[in-house]
Write a protein that binds this ligand. Structure first.
Ligand SMILES: [Zn+2]
Length: 262
């Protein structure tokens, strides 16, 4: 890291946001028009969260330098075609911020005790799913792979092992639903599973929920029919779009550049 990056401070960030005319509004303040409490994609759990690496990254205004990211995507048998289609949204979200996600899909057979994936509250917990994923590879992501993601019928929403998990071979694991609107304790009909995958991989690449806002998404998303008002790291499933905010992508690109080897 150069001296220039080391001197970038919170004051620089505030100045950049002010100059850009952006008001970074916490998404929970402006969740629009939802009569019921909003459904959440996930909670921020995990024990390796921290602001990376040593200080704030410079703002990623220029994303023309492409950063590669190698993803292994696990799917249950028979779900490959559906997952590939959903993952196109994920890849587009990252390509828009200059990260080229290369995917390799791998079909897996989950433990029989997980059931058929339509039970409410009867499926596996987070630890069981993470353990299953890691055990496939001896506890660590495969060589040459940056992150492992499981698009599964056995979870509603998403979960990342830890924020910034790409730094660790044994923590770069996340998963999310393949059909959030059909299974799920909390139905969220507008949740896009490709956005959920982008959100969870965003966590692995250092992004927190409070980096999101509900200002930047619409101008970029509306032309492609994405009318969700909040940026991808918003935890609210019904409002999260496939557009990363400036703050989100600044951290994500920094993590991908420093810790991804894809
Ligand atoms: Zn989250």
């Amino acid at each position: 890291m150069g001296a220039e990056a080391r001197t970038f401070t919170i004051m620089n960030w505030l100045a950049v946001c002010a100059l850009a005319g952006l008001v970074l509004v916490p998404s929970f303040l402006v969740n629009p028009g939802v009569a019921q409490p909003p459904s959440v994609i996930d909670g921020e759990l995990g024990d390796c969260r921290e602001i990376p690496p040593h200080e704030l990254p410079p703002p990623a205004i220029d994303v023309s330098k492409v950063i590669p990211l190698e993803a292994r995507v696990l799917v249950e048998r028979g779900d490959r075609a559906a997952a590939q289609k959903l993952f196109a949204v994920t890849k587009r979200a990252f390509s828009d911020i200059g990260i080229r996600v290369k995917t390799r899909f791998q079909e897996v057979d989950p433990p029989r005790q997980w059931g058929d994936g339509d039970g409410l509250g009867t499926g596996p917990n987070q630890e069981a799913i993470l353990t299953f994923m890691k055990d496939l590879f001896g506890g660590r992501r495969p060589d040459g792979v940056d992150i492992v993601y499981f698009m599964t019928r056995h979870w509603a929403g998403g979960f990342a092992d830890c924020i910034g998990g790409v730094r660790y071979a044994d923590r770069a694991f996340a998963f999310g639903s393949i059909d959030y609107s059909f299974e799920g304790v909390i139905p969220a009909p507008t949740a896009d599973e490709g956005v959920i995958a982008a959100h969870e991989i965003g966590h692995l690449l250092g992004a927190h929920h409070h980096y999101s806002n509900c200002v930047e998404a619409l101008p970029q998303g509306a032309p492609r029919g994405d009318l969700n008002p909040c940026t991808t790291m918003s935890p609210f499933a019904a409002t999260a779009s496939g557009t990363f905010a400036l703050l989100e992508r600044s951290f994500i690109r920094r993590y991908a550049a420093l810790y991804g080897n894809g």
